[in-house]
Design a protein around this ligand. Structure first.
Ligand SMILES: [Zn+2]
Length: 284
């Protein structure tokens, strides 16, 4: 994927957008010249300076929100979302689920078929209207933070591959905290910047041995970079959650073997190995 327009940037951030610390230090630079900072207190990394709202609006207007096109891609996505909801159901019975960034609505369809009452949110109006019809569920659009959503009205708030995109991830976590019922669960899935693969590539990048240094940051559209060692602690120390579990998020396989099953089970329980991880947390 390439940037549709020339990138423009805000003034640099002098304060960590997640924990508020002013101890923000330069950490890395990718092959496109994008600067990455790291907060010295919560250890989260983020693009700094960040893209302007105008750049991001133009970038996301170029997104094709149709969902996967080939039958194989659709089957993969269905298997992936089914695995996510099955994981969630190990910790809670189906109830009311709110998916932020519900996109093509696959997880809403899966959850609904398993007894959940579902609602979604996404930015593109035409897509949300179409998906709402397909799924048979309410999907909100507009300003997420102005929606008339009642406090403690969802048993699960679900954000899968969302929190790395917005400029104000703290507001998403605060909203989730407000919306989840006591005893409910926050489902967070994000890329792992400290996966074994990314950590190795980072070393190669620093040594000048990588042709596209820091490509794993995905700076075309990822602004924040989390790890199993940073995000769960932030949830507990800053956002009023108690972490239930942190897990790797193995991809579904069309032809699993004994070896791949064993490997997938290993990375499920060793999230630092995997390229994405899942945090389940309950409000305190
Ligand atoms: Zn911080």
């Amino acid at each position: 994927m390439t940037a549709p327009i020339d990138a423009t940037f805000d003034p640099p951030l002098g304060v960590c957008p997640l924990c508020g610390s002013p101890d923000v230090r330069s950490f890395d630079i990718d092959y496109r010249g994008t600067h990455i900072s790291r907060c010295h207190v919560c250890r989260v990394r983020f693009m700094n300076p960040q893209y302007t709202d105008a750049y991001l609006a133009a970038y996301y207007a170029g997104y094709i929100p149709e969902g996967p096109r080939t039958p194989e891609a659709r089957a993969f996505r269905l298997a992936q979302k089914t695995a996510n909801i099955e994981l969630l159901e190990r910790y809670m019975a189906p109830g009311r689920l709110f998916s932020v960034g519900s996109g093509d609505g696959v997880e809403l369809t899966v959850a609904k078929s398993r007894g959940w009452t579902v609602e979604g949110y996404d930015v593109d109006e035409a897509t949300t209207r179409r998906v709402a019809q397909q799924v048979g569920a309410r999907i909100h659009t507009g300003d997420l933070f102005s929606l008339p959503l009642e406090t403690a009205s969802f048993d699960c708030v679900y954000l899968d591959q969302v929190l790395e995109h917005p400029k104000q991830p703290a507001r998403y976590l605060e909203l989730a905290r407000r919306l989840i019922t006591p005893g409910g669960i926050l489902y967070l899935g994000v890329p792992n910047i400290q996966s074994l693969a990314s950590s190795g590539k980072q070393v190669l990048g620093r040594l000048g041995l990588s042709r596209r240094r820091g490509r794993f940051y995905d700076t075309f559209h990822h602004l924040f970079y989390y790890a199993p060692s940073t995000l769960p602690r932030l949830l507990e120390q800053r956002f009023g959650f108690r972490v239930v579990t942190v897990l790797g998020d193995p991809k579904p396989r069309s032809h699993p073997t004994v070896a791949t099953r064993l490997w997938d089970r290993a990375i499920r329980h060793a999230p630092w190995l995997d390229s994405t991880f899942v945090v389940l947390a309950r409000p305190v």
